[in-house]
Design a protein around this ligand. Sequence first.
Ligand SMILES: C[S@@+](CC[C@H](N)C(=O)[O-])C[C@H]1O[C@@H](n2cnc3c(N)ncnc32)[C@H](O)[C@@H]1O
Length: 296
Amino acid sequence: MEQDEDANAHDHDLASLEHREDSIELLFQTHFSRRYDTGVQVTADKAASALRLHEVWRSHRIDVDFDQFVEDAFLSLQYAYNQKYGQWDQVNDLRALYQDTWYKKIAPFATSLAPEATVLGVGVNDGREVRQLFENRNLNIDLLDISSEAIRQVAQQLSGYRNVRSFVGSFEDWKAESAEYDLFFSLRTLNSTSIDLQSCVRKSVALVKEGGILIYSVSNGYIHMGERGEPRAVQGMFSYETGTIDAERPKQIADEITQLLGAEDASVIEVSEEPTEIFIVAQKNQSGRVSFDGGL
Ligand SMILES: C[S@@+](CC[C@H](N)C(=O)[O-])C[C@H]1O[C@@H](n2cnc3c(N)ncnc32)[C@H](O)[C@@H]1O
């Protein structure tokens, strides 16, 4: 179902909207403090990456083995994501208002893949988006999410797909078996509070083959009930600092991703702001390509 513009909340309404959303940081802290006392300052954005945790472990002289510390921090982060996203049907998902259209901008990149192509999806939750994106059920698809509860439901969501493998872990620390994927996608995930954005963008580019496609999206809104109880799209992203919905934040994060890609070996093909999310599509550069003014 398409929404017309009047159905969207305008910027001046946003601050007054009451919005509820679990905080990954709070959920993480609650779980982590059961095992470690509050003197150990670990924030959720450190917990997905052993590299980031090493500094905390060293400076606090934490009296447990480093590998154990990394595992404990990861389990607390996983707890937070299981709580927030373990059951996708309980999530207030704006895609429900745009069920048949939200993915149209990126669908051509999926349908133009070769029949045996390899795909990596990160932050896929229970994998339901794969059904809309990839009609070819023979593709070799690897899926990763930090939520063990979400990944447990992948087999059920994608029962007709023959070559799907799923993994539980944080992308920052995940050990890929291949760095030759034809297509990478990560939708509404790199905007998560706990993500190490730079390392994730860098890693995603490293994991696709030359000429391979990278698709990212940034969440761009929520469903809210209008005065007559009708569902309305509200554009923006909730800010825990201000307690309001920030209409500019998704664009800022999309800009950050675009800039980070510029510093990597990839070229942005298109950026498009859709009601549910902002899509960024890029292609990994081909190093062997002869440049216009040289190489002869
Ligand atoms: C907002 S959901 C998006 C799910 C789906 N891609 C969509 O757009 O509907 C974000 C997902 O990313 C996962 N996630 C968050 N941080 C992650 C990380 N560092 N590595 C892997 N998955 C992560 C969460 O568990 C959650 O399932």
